[in-house]
Design a protein around this ligand. Sequence first.
Ligand code: HMG
Ligand code: MG
Length: 306
Amino acid sequence: MIPSKVKLVDVGPRDGLQNEKQVVPTEVKIELIHRLQNAGLTEIETTSFVSPKWVPQMKDNVLVLAGIERKAGVRYAALVPNMKGLEALLDMPVQLRPQEIVVFFAATESFSQKNTNCSIAESLERIAPVVAGARAAGLYVRGTVSCALGCPYEGEVDPAVVGRIAKAQRDMGVQHMGVPDTIGVGTPRKVQAVFEQVLKSFELTDVSGHFHDTYGQALANTLAALELGVATFDASIAGLGGCPYAKGATGNVATEDVVYMLHGMGIETGIDLNALIDAGQFISEQLGRPTNSRAAKALMTKRLSA
Ligand code: HMG
Ligand code: MG
C-alpha cells in the first residue's frame, strides 16, 4: 500500500518565508526557487496573493513570479485568498502566471476569523468565484483546510468537520485537497482518521499531507499518511516557517528530512538530496541562522569531516 514513488511540493518560498520578520530580498526568493527546481522539485509554492497589510513579506509576488526562469515539468503555485488576489494574478501575462493556485479554509471559526477575517461560511462564499475564475483561466486548483489536526484557539478538531469542508471544496471545483497540521499537534492515528474523511470526496491521487513539526510528529505523520497510500506531501526547505496566525507553530517538516526518510525506504522522489541540502544551506545563510533540518545538519557534518 505504501507508494513506491512520492511527489514532494516545496512550500518554503511561501509557507516558510511568509512568517519571516526580516525582509527577504526578491532575488533571494528567486534564487531559492531556482535551487529547488534544480534539485528536482517538480512543484513549488512560490508566493501568495494575499493582502500585503496582512502578510507584507509576500508583497513582491508579481516580481518573484516574473523573475523565475521556468523549468519544463515544474508546476509553480501561489496562494490566493479572494477575488482581488486572483485578479492580480490574472493581470500577469499568461507565461508569467503560476499554473496552480491554492485556496485555503479553516476547520474552526476562530482560525477562519484570525487568518482571513471571515467565518467559514463566508470563506466558502468568497472562494467559490475564485475557484470558478481560476478553472476558467485554465489554472489547477488545490484546496486546504487549515487546522485539520487541531486549532490554536479551539483545540481538538472533529475529522468529520474537515471532511465536510473538503466536500464543499470538491463541490465548488477544487481539484486537490491538502490536509494541513497547521500547528503540528497531530499524531499518526488522528492523521489517518482525517484522511479517511477527506477521501470520501477526493481520490487518493488528489490528496496530500502538509505537516508542521512543532511537536516533532511530522515524519511519523508522513509515514501514517503513506500507509494509507498518500503519495504527495508538502514540505519546506530547511524546515522554514510557521504561521503568522498560529503563535508558536514552527515550520513545515524539512524537505531534506522527508527526502532522507523516503529514500531510506526505497521510495523514489526524483530529488537529489545533496543539491537539496545546498539549497537549504543557501537560504539558511541568507536568513542568518542554522537549518531546522536534522538530516541536513547530520549530512553537513559528515561532509565537513570527509
Ligand atoms: P480583509 O482586511 O478582510 O480584506 O482581509 P478587505 O477585502 O476588507 O480589504 C482590506 C484591504 O486589503 C483593502 O485595501 C484591499 O484592497 C486589500 P485598502 O482599501 O484598505 O487599501 N486587499 C488585498 N490586497 C492585495 N491582495 C489581496 C487583497 N485582498 C484585500 N488579495 C484577506 C481579508 C483574506 C485579504 C486577509 O485576511 C488576508 O490576506 N489573509 C491572508 C492571511 C495569510 O496569508 N495567512 C497565511 C497563509 S495560510 C497558511 O499559511 C496555512 C497553510 O499553509 C496550510 C496550513 O498549514 O494550515 C495554507
Ligand atoms: Mg502551512
